[in-house]
Design a protein around this ligand. Sequence first.
Ligand code: BDR
Ligand code: CA
Length: 302
Amino acid sequence: MDTTWPVILDMDPGHDDALALLAALALLPVVGVSVVAGNQTVDKTFLNARRVLAMAGQSLPVARGYAKPLVRPLRTAAHVHGASGLDGYAFPPLPEDPAPLYAMSWLETVFSAQPHLNWIATGPLTNVAAFLLGHPHRRHQVRRLCIMGGALSGGNITPAAEFNFYVDPEAAAIVLASGLDIWLVGLDVTHRALLPASAIDRFRELRPPLGEMLWSLFQFFRHHEPHSRERGTPIHDVLAVMALVHPELFEWRETPLTVVTEGADRGALKPTDAGPPVHVAVNVDVDGALAWLDETLQRYRP
Ligand code: BDR
Ligand code: CA
């Protein structure tokens, strides 16, 4: 995979989104971030993306995306990420946003300037679906779309559904049917690659104040993430970055998938005969993933 193409991140930070953002910044030519409502309202995810970028010393564009899913009310994950969406650390105040960017027009500007892009989406797929619907001629420019979302079995917000796909199942179904080169990382693998407390403690060795920020955020997250265990905490969204950079650290299945939009199974992944095949991760090299993350974060050492 050519990872030299510019990368767009679409996210709803979120603790694991924040870690994914830092990993992507360390490894990839990120051109900016569009934020979406999900873990918290879009005003909060917008602020959080700007906060993390500022802590990383980066001034990339952050564009505000959809404030609610395509056709239904927003359900947030305050029980996992707190009232701010990024509880656990007292961020310093940020200056006013000087020139507000709106995701649909910002994305169009980015696509018109770049022949090809890679895309990483780690929140509800509202922005991605809306952009693809509104700009169908841009599809061929997307080299690869790596997504954290869904689960082949089980869920984390209902027994059947993963949070991102549950929040906006219509958007997820649109994206999976788009025919893009999609690499989907769901709970089947993110619930395996758990980050041990010792690895979280190593965040403190990163440069100040970034290291302290990350460590404090993950003290909160490890106590609130529902699948967090004695042996470790899921780092869901980070694995979507790894899927772009090191797809060989996963085992993939290629199959057409759609998303249930109504009823008790809303948000669940479902096999279909109708759509194009997507790559879905069915296994992950856990030691390889943790070593990759540790090595990636070394870029933030003092
Ligand atoms: C997903 O839900 C969110 O809470 C996380 O940020 C991640 O994207 C995991 O189900
Ligand atoms: Ca997320």
